[in-house]
Design a protein around this ligand. Structure first.
Ligand SMILES: [Zn+2]
Length: 309
């Protein structure tokens, strides 16, 4: 194979990226009421038929439907705590409750200890969600004993938009790294051959999926192949690199024995159902006019080879 490539077994090129997962949380009646009542500076729990009080409110307690929603005092006792780089956290047993609430301890936390008394601190900003209850502060709060039935008719907050973001560094490793180097330098796709079953695996990897033996030999595969599966995507979703409609495809490149996920295109998408069929030959259409990135996205799409297969 060509020498002078960037990747060796001793190097692990990587890229940094952010994995984003936006989603909508359906809260349910109890948690939705808990969130809605925070705006009134009330902490809502739920009480079982047997008298157990849990905070935040839950629809079910120990497998039984909760008997009623209740308002729990904003005072309590620290049952456990820790300090983190971004502040102190504690589990707090609110007065009259039978479970602990995890929250921040704000202000001077020098006296933080198990058994310390705390009281709720409310945010002055509106619409802070759970953080409308900003946290708790230490103080000689007298023990309140009044857990009272909730008389409110506040509309439960039924949906919460969330956006999970994870920053991470993905190391290609020597196998993917070699493939990306070959794509960047030569527009060549490589796989690895299993010494036991002789299958050629694309993308290359350290062990055969079927035999579990280490792979060793890097081999070229063609940029032509066979369409093994496809689906016309009409749905829009976060993170798409193409605008629907487009064709998602699984392709087995000539010389390999695995399926590569890519796209099929180069035709009127409305004709995809008529034009495409499983087993038909396809070939890579490489992006022109842009420097190669060293990625499978250097292939714009695979186009059907008509009149064959
Ligand atoms: Zn094998």
């Amino acid at each position: 194979m060509t020498s002078g490539l960037q990747t060796s077994i001793d190097e692990a090129p990587a890229y940094e990226t952010t994995l984003t997962m936006p989603y909508t949380l359906t809260t349910g009646r109890a948690a939705g009421t808990f969130l809605a009542e925070l705006a009134q500076h009330r902490i809502v729990g739920s009480r079982s038929a047997g008298g157990k009080v849990v905070v935040p409110a839950q629809d079910y307690i120990d497998g039984e439907e909760a008997a009623e929603l209740v308002v729990v005092p904003g005072t309590g006792t620290v049952t456990a705590w820790t300090r983190t780089a971004s502040g102190a956290l504690a589990t707090i047993r609110l007065d009259g409750a039978d479970t602990d609430l995890v929250h921040r301890v704000l202000g001077d936390t020098g006296g933080l200890a198990n058994g310390a008394r705390v009281k709720a601190v409310w945010s002055s900003e509106p619409d802070q969600g759970f953080l409308t209850l900003a946290g708790f502060e230490l103080g000689d709060a007298p023990v309140a004993d009044a857990v009272t039935p909730l008389d409110s008719t506040a509309e439960p907050i039924s949906m919460l938009p969330y956006r999970l973001e994870l920053d991470y560094r993905h190391a290609y490793g020597p196998y993917y790294g070699r493939m990306f180097d070959e794509l960047a330098a030569h527009r060549r796709i490589v796989g690895v051959k299993c010494p036991s079953c002789q299958n050629v695996l694309v993308p290359p990897r350290g062990n055969c999926d079927a035999c579990f033996v280490p792979t060793a030999q890097v081999v070229d595969v063609a940029d032509t192949g066979i369409l093994k599966a496809f689906s016309v995507i009409h749905l829009e979703f976060e993170g798409q690199t193409r605008t629907p409609p487009y064709v998602y495809a699984e392709i087995t490149l000539d010389g390999s024995g695995t399926r590569l996920i890519h796209n099929v295109g180069g035709f009127d998408i409305d004709e995809a159902g008529e034009l495409l069929h499983i087993g038909m030959p396809v070939r890579a259409v490489w992006k022109e006019g842009v420097p190669p990135r060293g990625a499978l996205a250097d292939i714009d799409y695979f186009e059907p080879i008509l009149g064959e297969g």
